[in-house]
Design a protein around this ligand. Sequence first.
Ligand code: PPE
Length: 304
Amino acid sequence: MEKAKYIWFNGELIPWDEGHVHLLTHTLHYGLGVFEGIRCYNTPKGPAIFRNKEHIERLFNSAHIVRMKVPFTREELRKGMFQCIQANDLKECYVRPIIFYGVGAMGLNPLNNPVDVAIICWPWGAYLGEEGLKKGIRCKISSFTRHHVNIAMTKAKVCGNYVNSQLAKMEALEDGYDEALMLDVDGTVTEGSGENLFIVRKGVIKTPPVIGVLEGITRESIIELAQDRNYPLREERISRDELYISDEAFLCGTAAEVTPIREVDRRTIGAGQPGPITRHLQEAFFKAARGEDPRYEKWLDYVE
Ligand code: PPE
C-alpha cells in the first residue's frame, strides 16, 4: 500500500511509522472493534468526503450495536478526518476510522478496556482493478455462507465480521476469480466480500434487502441515482440461478465504487461486458462523487 505521512490517533497526529499498538490490544485478540471505509474525491471545489455524515452515523450505530462507548463526538471525528487529509496533503484518498479496545484486561468481556480511536488516510486506487472497473470482473459463489443475522450483527461494521469475508475472498482468488459472492443460510444471494450486489433483469434493477447484508452507503446512493433516472428498482431476494440469467450485474461499495460483473461461476452475465444500465449508473456515481453533478452536491463534505 501507499503510505501517507500522518495518522490521527486519539485526537493527535502522529507520524505514520509510529502508528503502533500494544500486543495485548483487546480487539487484536477478539475482533470487537468497529470501523468505516470512506472515500475523499477531488472535486472542482477541492477535496470532498463522499457522504461523510452517513458514514459517521453508521460508525456510531455500529458502536451502539456492540455497546462500545466512543470517546469522541461525531464532529470531533469529522474534524479529525479533515486534519488527517490536510496534514497528508491528499486530494483523493480512502479514509479509515477505526474504534477499538486497547490494553487493559484480557478475557471476553471487553468493557474493562480503554476505547482507542484512529483515523488513517491513504491513496487507494481501483479496489478490484482499473480493468475490472472498465470491463467487469469474474465472481464465484462462495462455499462459505454469509452471516446469519443473529450470529453477526450485520448492520454493524465490526472487525470480526470480516473473517467470513476474508475466507470467501481468499477462496475466490485462489480459484482464479476476482471476487466472492455469498449466499445466506437460505441459499439466496447476499453480497460480495466487501460490496453490495445489484442485478438487472428484464429492465428491472434488483438488489437484496439489507437483512444480513451491510447497509451500504454506495448501495443507497445507487438506489437514489437509479430512481432519479426513472429505472424501475426493487429490493428483493435474488436466487443463485436468477443471478446466472441476469442481463447485467454489478458490485458497489466505497472501495469497489461501481464494478461491473461479467461472469459468475463460469456463466457469462449478459453479453460478458458491462451492460448499459450499469455503465449509466457507474458514470452517474463518479460524476456525483467528483462534484460534477450539482444535484448531488448534498452528498459532499468539503475538507476545510
Ligand atoms: N458489504 C460489505 C460486507 C462491505 O464491507 C462493504 C464496504 C459494503 C457492503 C459496501 O458498503 P459502503 O462502503 O457503505 O457502500 N466495504 C468496505 C471495506 C473494504 C476493505 O477491503 O476494507 C469499503 O468498501 O470501504
